[in-house]
Write a protein that binds this ligand. Structure first.
Ligand SMILES: [Zn+2]
Length: 307
């Protein structure tokens, strides 16, 4: 474990080197007084409060810009490391962070919000943002939604088309804000389907955050690239087959990908056997239908009452 940790750090340090030259002449031996807490220490960071030593080159404009970029953690490779780990080793982000290994990765919450941000650049699927048509026609509570909308149309003397435009615009905005609720809604289902006394609540929460980050990034970006690629191929062979993936097939495909992520993640984080993890994965994927429904209902209520 210790060796692994050092490895990761080394890997990370190399990445940093690639982007930004770490000056070799830094004196790690001399005693410094922290400008923030006045503690005496050696090295680049105060060992009491964590404040960084300000060096001359930190004050150049170039470094100022680099630090600004660093705040968004693209430049130091943490984003790519987080994504790579998320894809290759489901659950590892959660188990590493619970073990106190945080340096190689982005802050999980920042990673989630970045995934959230990326998701809305690829508006191909309607999992997290549901338009009015679907809200009124394909949800278990659609009857209730139609009643509310009809009432609104009559009271405000506008037609459905006008209302739809305004609604969909607001719904997109709201879904960006409400996505975090998905993490909270999924959490009790993770605990119910994969309960173990060994696992702390915080670890389950991290796992929920990692799951939703995965669901946001992979299917969206993956499907977009896949359909774009398929479109090119079909164009090349002059096929007029519609590239838009049918909703039912798409949902099945999505469920399969998510299952492939959930099972090893549960095994890694909760410590179940493969069989128990597969069972847990199936139960959790099935419960996603409930989570998505509750989430979409919240989105409908929030959007409807904000108009
Ligand atoms: Zn200090």
């Amino acid at each position: 474990m210790k060796l692994k940790f050092q490895n990761l750090n080394l890997h990370h340090a190399q990445k940093m080197n690639f982007w930004r030259k770490i000056p070799k002449d830094f004196d790690y031996q001399i005693a410094r007084v922290c400008k923030h807490c006045e503690n005496t220490f050696q090295g680049k960071f105060c060992n009491h409060c964590g404040e960084k030593v300000l060096e001359k080159q930190d004050q150049t404009f170039k470094n100022y810009l680099l630090n600004l970029l660093n705040a968004y953690t693209f430049v130091d490779g943490k984003f790519f490391n987080s994504i790579w780990t998320l894809l290759r080793k489901p659950g590892k982000l959660t188990s590493d962070i619970s073990d106190g290994i945080t340096v190689p990765y982005m802050q999980p919450i920042s990673f989630f919000f970045l995934a959230n941000f990326i998701y809305f650049f690829f508006p191909v699927i309607q999992t997290f943002n549901t338009n009015l048509f679907n809200q009124l026609n394909s949800m278990p509570y659609s009857g209730f939604a139609r009643e509310k909308v009809n009432e609104f149309l009559i009271n405000n003397d506008i037609n459905l088309t006008e209302f739809s435009t305004v609604y969909d615009l607001n719904s997109t905005g709201n879904s960006k804000l409400l996505l975090f609720l998905f993490v909270l809604y999924l959490l009790p289902f993770i605990i119910l389907t994969n309960f173990s006394k060994q696992v702390t609540f915080v670890k389950y929460f991290q796992l929920s955050l990692e799951f939703v980050t995965f669901i946001l990034i992979v299917p969206t970006v993956g499907i977009s690239l896949l359909t774009a690629g398929l479109g090119k191929i079909l164009q090349a062979i002059n096929s007029d087959w519609n590239v838009e993936v049918g909703d039912a097939y798409y949902s099945l495909f999505l469920a399969f990908i998510i299952l492939c992520f959930f099972v090893p993640a549960i095994r890694r984080v909760v410590g179940f056997s493969w069989w128990r993890s597969i069972l847990g994965g199936f139960l959790l994927v099935s419960s996603l239908i409930v989570v998505i429904t509750i989430y979409r209902f919240t989105l409908f209520i929030a959007t409807f009452y904000s108009l």
